[in-house]
Ligand binder design. Structure first.
Ligand SMILES: [Zn+2]
Length: 395
């Protein structure tokens, strides 16, 4: 369980297979984001139809609403959202540090204001681990301190050191939960965490590497994470948070030769097509991003020729599909003219159809990259892909 096997490499790019309790995930893999236990506007059937294998859900959001106890009473997260394939929950660190308004960080954890009811809440490494255990995803993430992309070295160092101390506490609590040692007793703030025995919970915990844009910090953080214990995966956090793209690529370049080949590498929050290609080129295996659904709801669609804004007047009488090469319901059923009409008329179906296509586009992009790696032709494939996608420049 939780085994990862790399079957082929092409330059730094890898294709592999990750075994999880709820199924197998082929990499490279794009995971759609189900912030509130739903990938916005898409049903589990839609997700299966577009080939999603791993879906991300959001610990912070599910904790503040409806609360992990409610999710647990309704059969834990897989049953709650009717998704029987692998799930990953983030730790809530990123959300807490992205919230507007009150927030106080100390070494114990973070106190913050709920965006739902304004109430003060506290997350600690132990609580974030317990909440994720209660939700029951296949992969839980360690609680981390995220800083903005332009943070100076002292700020990034402080957050990285705290993230490492928190990682040790997350790992300790996760180990206790997996051993059944908390045995249903009340833990912090009165929540009761189920022991692993009934029903059995099989979950792994992945560390998150921080260190901002400072390469030396990133390299040191990686070393210290790997020295701590043996992990089943590794996430790279704190990138794509406002720094220029070449800076993100330089951090990945510095890390690539130092990453253990046997661990899946998850680049958090990265999901524009050109970033996926650049990151796979640098040895990354897993991605998540809200871009496909968020952009889809705004009428922006990914296509092999670059982004298309379906609201534009040029599509008014266009009988062609959004993306002639795409096999999704949107592209095999409807014309650009009809999709534009749905957006102009503010019909809900438009939001669903563009979200569906964009998620399929990124999953297919990951599938195409996997195929190119398996032909040992990733370099030429990426060059051809970029020539076409970036020809008109990003929208
Ligand atoms: Zn499509």
């Amino acid at each position: 369980m939780f085994d990862f096997t790399v079957d082929t490499t092409s330059g730094c790019a890898r294709s592999g297979t990750l075994e999880l309790p709820h199924g197998t995930v082929d990499t490279p893999c794009f995971m759609p984001v189900g912030t509130q236990g739903t990938v916005r506007a898409l049903s589990p059937n839609d997700l299966r139809a577009v080939g999603a294998t791993l879906v991300l859900a959001n610990t912070y959001h599910l904790h503040v609403r409806p609360g992990e106890e409610v999710v647990a009473k309704l059969g834990a997260l897989h049953r709650f959202m009717a998704w029987d394939r692998p799930l990953l929950t983030d730790s809530g660190g990123f959300q807490v540090f992205s919230l507007e308004g009150f927030r106080r960080v100390d070494d114990d954890g973070v106190e913050f204001q709920s965006h739902v009811d304004g109430g003060r809440r506290r997350l600690t490494p132990e609580r974030a681990t317990e909440i994720q255990w209660t939700l029951g995803a296949d992969i839980a993430m360690a609680f981390d301190h995220v800083v903005p992309g332009d943070a100076d070295e002292a700020t990034a160092r402080d957050a990285m050191e705290r993230t490492l101390r928190w990682l040790a506490r997350c790992a300790k609590r996760h180990g206790e939960l997996a051993d059944g040692r908390t045995g249903g007793r009340a833990v912090s703030d009165g929540a009761v965490v189920r022991p692993s025995a009934s029903p059995p919970i099989r979950q792994t915990l992945w560390p998150i590497l921080q260190g901002g844009t400072h390469r030396a910090l990133r390299e040191e953080g990686l070393r210290r994470i790997l020295d701590m214990t043996s992990w089943t995966g590794l996430a790279i956090g704190g990138l794509a948070v406002g720094e220029p793209k070449p800076v993100m690529y330089a951090v990945l370049d510095a890390l690539a030769p130092r990453l253990p080949p046997g661990l899946p590498r998850y680049l958090m929050g990265v999901g524009f097509p050109e970033d996926l290609v650049a990151a796979v080129e640098r040895g990354v295996d897993l991605f998540d991003c809200v871009a496909p659904t968020r952009n889809g709801r705004n009428g922006s669609a990914f296509t092999p020729d670059g982004p298309v804004n379906i609201r534009n007047a040029e599509h008014r009488e266009d009988p062609r599909p959004l993306d002639a090469s795409c096999d999704c319901e949107t592209c095999t059923t409807f014309s650009r003219g009809y999709l534009r009409h749905l957006f102009v008329a503010e019909e809900l179906l438009g939001l669903r159809l563009l979200s569906l296509h964009n998620v399929r586009y990124l999953i297919r992009l990951a599938e195409d990259m996997r195929a190119a790696i398996r032909r040992n032709a990733f370099g030429p494939w990426a060059e051809a892909w970029r020539r076409r996608y970036l020809r008109s420049g990003p929208a």
